[in-house]
Design a protein around this ligand. Structure first.
Ligand code: ATR
Length: 272
């Protein structure tokens, strides 16, 4: 057992998680030593509950990644407003014998947009593509930035309608979409397999920033499509990953790390 403040990330698979290196760089900034490990858990609910319970005998905080975010949501004693809106938990905090579930993914995105992409979201027209867990997690934090409007579009329109209703935003089909958007966010999981949502290239003509929540070692197909279609700037989701980690770290330790040098270090590493 470690005598250092102990944190982990639960996932399956987890071997390639960048969270340990990110959090060690944050700890260097704070000038402390921490123990941050990866925990591989069998992908069933019971195994996940046991792993969380075992860890928090001594652990102080944990991140949760696929496929456990909705189980974490069900497991905790208390939920933050952000976790409730996202319907998922990516951060566990143990305080006063209470396991609290939060979700920092959306704030991580907002932070990356603001600090690294230099995007002031106020009064911006935002289009979100996709209506799964990733889309759901970013809507409330974007609304909190006083955007002018959010339009949601999804391949399966019914899912976009349901999600849009929950947040009182607009849903349109891919073919209904028209006009221009300042920020277009790809929250579909299509990038994993190199496919892009079937939308018109015209939507990008006035686009200031096209952002893919996915990241890889090279530009994603969505980023290439957006750039060719006239988007002024494109970005992948690596900055969001660092941003969500920074928000988790702040919740655990009350120290708000600087993301930019960590993002630079990760981009230089380039080896997953
Ligand atoms: P996640 O947690 O990553 O959001 P998810 O909840 O399974 O994963 O949701 C995946 C999202 O990506 C859905 O909105 C899905 O669209 P459907 O609801 O129509 O399935 C979207 N998606 C996945 N592949 C896509 C593709 N090739 N083109 C467009 N949308 C795609």
């Amino acid at each position: 057992m470690s005598f250092l403040p102990t944190y982990t990330v639960f996932g399956n698979p987890i071997a390639h998680s960048k969270s340990p290196i990110i959090h060690q760089l944050f700890a260097q900034q704070e000038g402390v030593a921490i123990d941050y490990s990866r925990t591989l858990v069998d992908a069933n609910q019971q195994a996940f509950s046991k792993a969380v319970n075992d860890f928090f005998q001594a652990g102080l905080g944990a991140n949760v990644t696929l496929p456990f975010k909705t189980w974490a949501f069900e497991l905790v004693d208390e939920l933050s407003e952000g976790a409730r809106a996202a319907g998922a938990v990516n951060t566990l905090i143990y305080k006063d014998k209470t396991l609290i579930g939060d979700n920092t993914d959306g704030l991580g995105l907002v932070r990356d947009l603001r600090d690294n992409c230099k995007m002031d979201l106020r009064d911006k027209r935002v289009l979100i593509l996709g209506a799964g867990g990733a889309a759901r997690g970013i809507i409330l934090p974007l609304l909190n930035e006083q955007v002018a409007e959010i339009t949601l579009a999804n391949r399966t329109h019914e899912k976009a309608l349901q999600l849009a209703q929950q947040f009182s935003i607009r849903a349109q089909t891919f073919t209904e979409l028209s006009g221009s958007y300042d920020v277009i966010i790809n929250a579909t999981s299509g990038s994993v397999s190199g496919s892009i949502p079937n939308i018109s290239a015209d939507l990008f003509s006035g686009c200031l920033l096209a952002y893919d929540l996915f990241y890889a070692n090279e530009d994603t197909a969505f980023m290439r499509f957006a750039r060719n279609a006239g988007a002024k700037n494109v970005a992948d989701g690596l900055g969001m990953l660092v941003g969500q980690a920074a928000e988790s770290y702040r919740l655990w330790r009350g120290f708000s790390p600087d993301c930019a040098p960590v993002l630079t270090a990760l981009r230089e590493k380039k080896d997953n």
